[in-house]
Design a protein around this ligand. Structure first.
Ligand code: NAD
Ligand code: UDP
Length: 314
């Protein structure tokens, strides 16, 4: 197949590229490197079946030749990034999604949207099922991300209904692994960097808020299966192993053999109190569930960060 991956230079996008190239497909990456890094795909330079377009998906995009599948993974994803780029984030979810949906329509390609558990906001239902409509502040600081994804989901369903486009919506829960930017402000890069350097680990609030962490290889498997399914409705992809942020800090400190202090800093506005996917639908429809436990995933991620942090300028 010939597959376009928007956001190919990002953390998740680069792993999707590796997976699909490994299966023998032709992959075209598109990225404007707003939040990703050319380093994530440097190893693909010169690969016979890989090419890269430097492109901002807010602008219309044409790709010569046929396309079978489009993965739309392009969007700032970490709170630090989208708070720094609120308008770009909204435009990427809105105009960017539309440009890629139009491209899918012209090519008769399948389209997969990387949506997010943020669609559930600060959820009143726990764990979260796909049928839950969410509890989102439409004007808070996180709204630029949450609402861009909610709009992108609505637009995807409109193209599916109006044009019969074969579309898929993955609601991705916190995912981590090698190639996250060490300074993107998310919990995994922050805690691992702090623990490895023996610096204080910054727990926001009292650390009682929860998250559920999925290793990137598991997520990629779920995305690929979804893209080959006949499921147009949203599907949660994540690991239901739920932990408090404080427990997570202690686990990372122990795994790193670190003596970092744990310090408490203010909780960011509208930080969701709890988050855990109900993955019953992914199990039933895709036969998918995560295979890699959080300790094993953190070990692999930490090994990668150890080397990454040794590189000059990190
Ligand atoms: P990332 O920032 O590493 O990757 C996103 C990539 O998209 C970057 O390379 C960035 O440069 C690119 N991009 C952003 N705006 C663009 C634009 N207008 N045009 C072209 N490229 C653009 O983030 P990630 O963690 O790899 O996330 C990938 C996708 O998965 C995002 O859509 C994100 O919303 C979604 N997601 C991720 C998580 C997670 O835990 N990592 C959770 C939920 C949803
Ligand atoms: N967090 C933290 N310390 C950090 C970074 C994040 O305590 O240095 C907390 C944050 O407040 C949130 C959770 O970790 O409750 C996950 O944050 P992240 O930014 O990774 O993603 P989110 O799930 O909020 O989108």
């Amino acid at each position: 197949m010939r597959i376009l991956i928007a956001g190919a230079g990002g953390f998740i996008g680069s792993h999707v590229c590796d997976r699909l190239l490994g299966e023998g497909h032709e992959v075209i990456g598109a990225d404007n490197f707003l939040t990703g890094s050319p380093r994530n795909i440097a190893h693909l330079q010169g690969h016979a079946r890989f090419s890269l377009i430097r492109h901002d998906i807010i602008e219309p995009l044409d790709v010569a030749g046929p396309l079978d599948v489009i993965f739309n993974l392009a969007s700032p994803a970490s709170p630090k990034d989208y708070l720094a780029h609120p308008i770009e984030t909204l435009r990427t979810g809105a105009e960017g999604s539309r440009n890629l949906l139009e491209l899918a329509l012209r090519n008769g390609a399948r389209y997969l949207l990387a949506s997010t558990s943020e669609c559930y906001g600060d959820p009143l239902e726990h764990p979260q099922k796909e049928t839950y409509w969410g509890h989102v502040n439409p004007v808070g600081p996180r709204s630029c991300y949450d609402e861009s994804k909610r709009y992108a989901e609505a637009l995807t369903m409109a193209y599916h209904r109006r044009h019969g486009l074969r579309t898929h919506i993955a609601r991705i829960f916190n995912t981590y692994g090698p190639r996250m930017q060490h300074d993107d402000g998310r919990i995994v890069p922050n805690f691992i960097r702090q623990a490895l350097r023996g610096e204080p680990m910054t727990v926001y609030g009292d650390g009682s808020q929860t998250r559920s962490f999925c290793y990137v290889d598991d997520l990629v498997e779920g995305l690929v299966r979804l893209s080959r399914s006949e499921e147009p409705w949203p599907v949660n992809l994540g690991n239901p192993e739920e932990m408090t942020v404080l427990e997570f800090a202690r686990m990372i400190r122990d795994l790193a053999g670190s003596r970092s202090a744990i310090v408490f800093e203010p909780l960011p506005e509208d930080d969701p109190q709890r988050r855990r996917p109900d993955i019953g639908k992914a199990r039933a429809v895709l036969g998918w569930s995560p295979r890699i436990g959080v300790e094993e995933g953190l070990r692999r991620t930490m090994e990668w960060f150890r080397k990454e942090l040794e590189t000059p300028g990190a």
